[in-house]
Design a protein around this ligand. Structure first.
Ligand SMILES: [Zn+2]
Ligand SMILES: [Zn+2]
Length: 376
C-alpha cells in the first residue's frame, strides 16, 4: 500500500462516518386510536427511491400507509412536539403527500413537521368483497388447474368451467360503474345479480394491477413496483394455463402495457382512423371467439382510461366510453360458448384532477374496482 493510500483510507472512513451522520436514521410511528400500528423509516423511503425507474427524491406517503396494511383512509392527523395536531382529509392531499429520505413530509409542496402520524381508516373498507388477487385463484380452481405457488389471493365461489374469459376495462371506477348501473346506463351490467366491490393494489396503475391480477400476488412479491416495471418473474395465470396444455389469447389495444407471455397477443390499434381502438378490440375478440376460442381469453379495453385521463370521471366522454364497453361486453358474452366463466373487471379506478383525471393514489376512487362474474 502506498503512503498516499495510508493517509487516504482514514480520511475516507471519516467521510463515511460524517456522511452517514448527515443521513441519520429516523422513524415516524403510525398510530390509530392511540395505539402504534406501524412505522415509516428512512430505509423504507430509500427502498422505493432505489426501485424507481425514474429519478425521484420523494415517495408518495400512500406507499408507506399501504405497506403498513392501510387500504382506504378518511383522515390523517399530524402530531409534532410544540404544535397543535393538524388534520387532513386524505383524499384531498393523497396526490401530493410525499416523504423524502431525510424524513421530511410535504403536502402540496409545503413542509410539515411530524413526530407521529395518526391514521383514521375509512369505513368504506367494509364494502370490499374481493381482491384483484382473488381472480386468478378463482379461475384456476374453476378450470381445475393447480394454484400458483406465490398466490396471496384466495379462490372465491365454487365455479367449474371448461374455459375462462377476463374482460379488463382499463380505468373503470367502482363508484361510477355502480352509479351508472343503478341509473340503467349499463344494461349488461344492470342485468347481472351482483357487481362486487373489488380492491386493486398500490400503486393502482395498469402495470402493477395487471401483475397482481395475473400472479395473484402483491407488488412487493411480484416485483412490479410501479411505472417502468412491465413483467413479473412469478408464475402467472397465463403460464399455468399454457403449461397444462391449454391455450391463451390476449386481445390488447394499440400496444402492450404489460408483458403477457404465454399468450397469443392480438394488438388492436385504430386501423380505420376513427379515433377509437375499443371497436377494434371488440372485433378482434369476436373473431377469436368465433374462429379460435382458447382455454383462456383476455380482453383489454383502453378507452375508458383514455377518456378519464383527458376529461375526468364526471365527463360525458368517460361515461360514453363506459357505455360503449358495456355494449361490447354484452355482445361478447352472447357470442361465448357454454361452460365459460367470465370475469369482468378493471385494473384500477380514476379520480378527477385540475386538468382531467388520473390514478395511482391510495384513494377509494383509484383503488376500488367493479367485479362481475358470469358463468355462461
Ligand atoms: Zn390502467
Ligand atoms: Zn391510466
Amino acid at each position: 500500500m502506498s503512503t498516499r493510500n495510508k493517509i487516504a483510507l482514514p480520511a475516507l472512513i471519516l467521510l463515511l462516518i460524517l456522511g452517514s451522520a448527515c443521513q441519520a436514521g429516523w422513524s415516524i410511528p403510525l398510530t390509530e386510536n392511540g395505539q402504534v400500528t406501524g412505522a415509516i423509516t428512512r430505509e423504507n423511503v430509500e427502498f422505493y427511491i432505489e426501485k424507481s425507474e425514474e429519478e425521484i427524491e420523494v415517495v408518495p406517503l400512500g406507499q408507506f400507509l399501504y405497506d403498513n396494511g392501510y387500504r382506504l383512509i378518511d383522515q390523517i392527523v399530524l402530531h409534532s412536539e410544540g404544535n397543535d395536531p393538524v388534520t387532513f382529509t386524505w383524499d384531498k392531499i393523497a396526490e401530493a403527500a410525499n416523504l423524502s429520505s431525510a424524513g421530511d413530509l410535504t403536502l402540496d409542496g409545503a413542509p410539515y413537521p411530524v413526530d407521529n402520524l395518526e391514521i383514521q381508516p375509512s369505513e368504506r373498507l367494509s364494502e370490499v368483497e374481493l381482491s384483484i388477487m382473488d381472480l386468478t385463484p378463482t379461475l384456476l380452481t374453476a378450470l381445475d388447474l393447480p394454484a400458483l405457488p406465490d398466490a396471496e389471493g384466495q379462490p372465491q365461489f365454487n365455479f367449474t368451467a371448461q374455459r375462462a374469459v377476463i374482460i379488463l376495462t382499463d380505468g373503470a371506477q367502482y363508484d361510477k360503474w355502480q352509479a351508472m348501473r343503478s341509473s340503467g346506463k349499463l344494461p349488461l351490467s344492470a342485468g347481472q345479480d351482483k357487481v362486487y366491490c373489488g380492491l386493486s393494489v398500490y400503486p393502482p396503475i395498469t402495470t402493477s394491477a395487471s401483475a397482481a391480477l395475473l400472479s395473484a400476488a402483491p407488488p412487493a412479491k411480484n416485483g412490479v413496483y410501479g411505472y417502468g416495471y412491465r413483467s413479473t418473474e412469478l408464475t402467472t395465470l397465463f403460464d399455468r394455463v399454457a403449461e397444462s396444455g391449454g391455450s391463451v389469447a390476449a386481445v390488447e389495444g394499440a400496444s402492450l402495457p404489460f408483458n403477457l407471455r404465454n399468450a397469443a397477443v392480438i394488438l388492436s390499434g385504430d386501423k380505420e382512423g376513427n379515433g377509437h381502438s375499443d371497436d377494434n378490440v371488440f372485433q378482434n375478440a369476436l373473431d377469436v371467439i368465433q374462429n379460435n376460442m382458447p382455454t383462456l381469453l383476455y380482453i383489454h379495453f383502453h378507452e375508458v382510461d383514455d377518456m378519464g385521463h383527458s376529461y375526468g370521471e364526471n365527463s360525458a366522454e368517460y361515461e360514453t366510453a363506459l357505455i360503449r364497453v358495456d355494449h361490447y361486453i354484452a355482445q361478447i358474452v352472447a357470442a361465448l360458448p357454454a361452460d365459460t366463466l367470465v370475469v369482468i373487471t378493471a385494473d384500477h379506478g380514476l379520480h378527477t384532477t385540475s386538468d382531467g383525471g388520473n390514478h395511482g393514489t391510495l384513494t377509494a376512487a383509484d383503488m376500488l374496482i367493479p367485479i362481475t362474474i358470469i358463468l355462461k
